[in-house]
Design a binder for this molecule. Structure first.
Ligand code: HGY
Ligand code: MN
Ligand code: MN
Ligand code: MN
Length: 411
């Protein structure tokens, strides 16, 4: 097979725009939370496209969808690519969808050219990558990669108490395949960078070297509800004042561990959330990131100390739980070189980069040689309805993906 076949950029773009209609929001974004009816609609569309492309489709007990294109020797472990179809509540057209549809475009292009690969090729849509409706993130690829056990993952519930297991059954994607436990020749994931570096450096392709570490916490601060009028300031056990000071520490800890550290409080619930009652209880989340595990551990210790000190100062009780730790990941040399070599041979301006965001590739890297292909996104904005990427860049990234996969499939 000639290795200079190129993908069909128009077809890829049309698929992206068609998929983005499912959960389309007023501001041009996408809201398609994991295991909702909209997710089911997107899954059904993806499965129908894969079947049209002659793939055999299987689904595992975490709802991960595998579309397989046979190779010359199907006893070989597949060369896999893919990403996720679920989005953030204020998500965009490209986060996740690009990696799934770039994988499908690879298969469609191989079909166009009647190209045979030695090993089979599979494109995968991983369940609940975002971790927005069900925490933690990347939980289904995490089961596949052996980081979580199946029962734990299926028991994860949303804020209404609905579990992943129940919702997978409800939308008809509780598959019959065991999750993981099979050999994978290599895994590649195409994704928008979701940050500003490639655009600022005028590079069309990011050769991803690895992914930074992530720590997620859930914190509950408990004081005492009381009347906002007659209760003297000195006698209050105001949970929101305590939480607000802790949020300040989260930001301080992030700033104190520059460059690279990221620190975010994304969710907060105040109860009873009444304007004339002193808040008795506050729930909030913390998201810490850093490429260096030792520094991530220092940030962890600083957070725990700061929260304990603030709780003691006001007489509040503190329940601080770390709910997820994803250590920093380095990708496999042979796959990173395949991506770099493809970008070079295609003549795309490229650079090495570390991923700030988590991806399913993090957990695939535990069971297969793995790498990622990044393309720029406008102003580096993602997890936002204005998320945008250019038709040329998504096509360039997909050409690199195609070439890297062919190289590994015929290695
Ligand atoms: O949180 C993340 O980085 C990913 O989008 N789940
Ligand atoms: Mn993503
Ligand atoms: Mn995301
Ligand atoms: Mn992600």
């Amino acid at each position: 097979m000639s290795t200079n076949i190129r993908i069909n950029g128009d077809r890829l773009w049309q698929s992206l725009m068609r998929l983005a209609e499912i959960g389309a929001t007023e501001k041009g974004g996408v809201c398609r939370l994991a295991l909702t009816d909209l997710d089911r609609e997107a899954r059904d569309l993806f499965v129908s496209w894969c079947k049209d492309a002659g793939c055999t489709v299987t689904i595992d007990k975490m709802g991960n969808i595998f579309a397989r294109r046979a190779g010359r020797d199907n006893s070989l472990p597949p060369i896999m690519t893919g990403s996720h179809l679920d989005t953030q509540p204020t998500g965009g057209k490209f986060d996740g969808a690009y990696g799934v549809l770039a994988g499908l475009e690879v298969i469609r292009t191989l079909n166009d050219h009647g190209a045979e690969t030695q090993a089979p090729v599979e494109v995968v849509a991983w369940t609940n990558e975002e971790g927005s409706r069900f925490a933690p993130a990347m939980v289904a690829s995490g089961v596949f990669g052996g980081a979580f056990d199946l029962d734990y993952a299926l028991s994860r519930a949303d804020t209404e108490g609905k579990t992943m297991g129940e919702e997978l059954k409800r939308i008809g994607y509780f598959g019959d395949q065991e999750v993981g436990g099979r050999k994978v020749g290599a895994f590649f994931e195409a994704h928008i960078e979701q940050g500003p570096i490639l655009e600022a450096e005028k590079k069309q392709v990011g050769v991803v070297q690895g992914v930074q570490g992530i720590r997620w916490y859930e914190i509950v601060v408990t004081g005492q509800e009381a009347h906002a009028g007659p209760t003297p300031m000195k006698r209050r056990k105001d949970a929101l004042v305590g939480a607000a000071r802790m949020v300040g520490h989260v930001n301080r800890i992030g700033l104190e561990h520059q460059p690279y550290a990221c620190a975010t409080v994304g969710m907060m619930q105040v109860s009873p959330n009444s304007r004339n009652t002193i808040p008795g209880k506050v729930f909030f989340t913390v998201d810490f990131r850093h490429p260096d595990e030792a520094i991530l551990n220092k940030m962890d210790a600083a957070l725990r100390k700061a929260c304990e000190d603030e709780a003691r100062a006001i007489g509040l009780s503190l329940d601080l739980k770390e709910i997820w730790y994803s250590p920093p990941v380095k990708f496999a040399r042979e796959c990173v070189s395949a991506v770099e070599g493809a970008a070079k041979s295609l003549g795309y301006a490229h650079m090495p980069i570390i991923s700030g965001a988590g991806h399913d590739a993090v957990y695939l890297s535990r069971v297969a040689p793995t790498a990622m292909v990044f393309v720029p996104c406008e102003d580096g904005i993602s997890h936002n309805e204005i998320e945008n990427a250019s038709k040329d860049d998504v096509a360039a990234g997909c050409d690199v993906l195609l070439r890297a996969m062919i190289e590994r499939a015929n290695a």
